[in-house]
Ligand binder design. Structure first.
Ligand SMILES: NC(=O)c1ccc[n+]([C@@H]2O[C@H](COP(=O)([O-])OP(=O)(O)OC[C@H]3O[C@@H](n4cnc5c(N)ncnc54)[C@H](OP(=O)(O)O)[C@@H]3O)[C@@H](O)[C@H]2O)c1
Length: 296
């Protein structure tokens, strides 16, 4: 049985992958994180928890020792250009030096240099570093999380309008839970072929289709208000979001408008044996977050 290691294991995705593997009876699990204390409950269930920080490459040799297959969860370090890529490269180098054989990496849909998405270059160059390494790899190009719709639709419920710069461009939203299930399956498999897989929901939806679903689920009328990218940028900046996050969100919309986020794949079903959750079902399951009783 292989020893499976998850980096960033205290984040939302990493923790969920760890839980799924433990539930499936996989007990040779190493959880690498900057904050081991947050994983005390999973340590009590049999996972080995180790301290690891990609900004401190020296920490990675000990953290990665003995791992056969490793899930590299992309980090959220957007504060300084180049930092995230340096972190991912350090992790790949350390995994190879520690004797790991295979890396599963959480990338982004259409992670190609020509993409308009501000986050695409880091992912594209991480994929390149994997291809140049001595390891075999599975690249999971996750589409945008359906979960990301909750804050924006919550605001739209309150104001009656969902403002996006995506025009009529569709997005194949996928839930974080389906991404976690897919990553867990890829990590636990014995597959060693190099593969790049799009991870998407079952359909690509436009903003107009999303507001129609949200209207049905909440019973509140929400319309789609198209805004130009500069208007969206100004609004998000005024709301106090960090500049790099503003740029990521604005360019996701622009990418959708260009059709960069619309392909639908069968990866979730193929790897997990279960169809991905629809946006309609996800919104219905989270209705209370979209239309809290205080707004009634
Ligand atoms: N497709 C999408 O819509 C979407 C949305 C949000 C994020 N993402 C990407 O997917 C990743 C996982 O999503 P999530 O929902 O789990 O995000 P999250 O909860 O914000 O997790 C952030 C992750 O970054 C890791 N990290 C940050 N700095 C690190 C460092 N110096 N060394 C090692 N790990 C570091 C954290 O690990 P520890 O804290 O355990 O060390 C944690 O796993 C995100 O980090 C981001 O790259 C995708």
């Amino acid at each position: 049985m292989s020893t499976l290691l998850i980096t960033g294991a205290s984040g939302h995705l990493g923790r969920r992958v760890a839980e799924l593997l433990l539930e499936a009876g996989q007990h040779r699990i190493v959880l690498a994180t900057r904050t081991p204390a947050k994983l005390a409950d999973l340590a009590a269930r049999g996972a080995l928890v180790r301290g690891a920080d990609f900004d401190d490459p020296a920490s990675l040799a000990t953290a990665f020792a003995g791992a056969d297959r490793l899930l590299l969860v992309s980090t959220d370090a957007l504060d300084q250009p180049g930092r995230r890529l340096a972190q991912h490269r350090a992790a790949i180098t350390a995994a190879a030096q520690a004797g790991a054989r295979h890396i599963v990496y959480t990338s982004l849909t259409n992670a190609v240099p020509s993409s308009i998405m501000s986050l695409a270059p880091d992912h594209a160059l991480t994929e390149k570093a994997l291809a140049a390494s001595s390891l075999s790899w599975t690249v999971l190009r996750n589409n945008l999380y359906t979960d990301n719709l909750l804050p924006s639709l919550g605001f739209a419920v309150a104001t009656g309008k969902l403002q996006t710069a995506s025009g009529s461009g569709p997005i194949a939203y996928v839930t974080r839970e389906d991404c976690a299930r897919t990553a867990a399956a890829a990590l636990a498999s014995t597959e060693t072929a190099d593969r790049t897989l799009d991870v998407t929901g079952p359909a690509a939806l436009t903003s107009a289709q999303i507001v129609a679903l949200a209207t049905t689920v909440t019973g509140r009328t929400i319309t789609h208000g198209p805004v130009p990218a500069d208007g969206l940028r100004a609004g998000l900046t005024q709301a106090g979001l960090p500049a790099a996050l503003v740029e990521a969100l604005v360019t996701f919309d622009l990418a959708a408008a260009r059709g960069e986020l619309q392909s639908v794949s069968t990866t979730v079903t193929q790897l997990t044996g279960r169809a991905p959750t629809t946006v309609a079902d996800f919104l219905a399951a989270h209705r209370a977050q979209l239309a809290p009783p205080s707004l009634a």
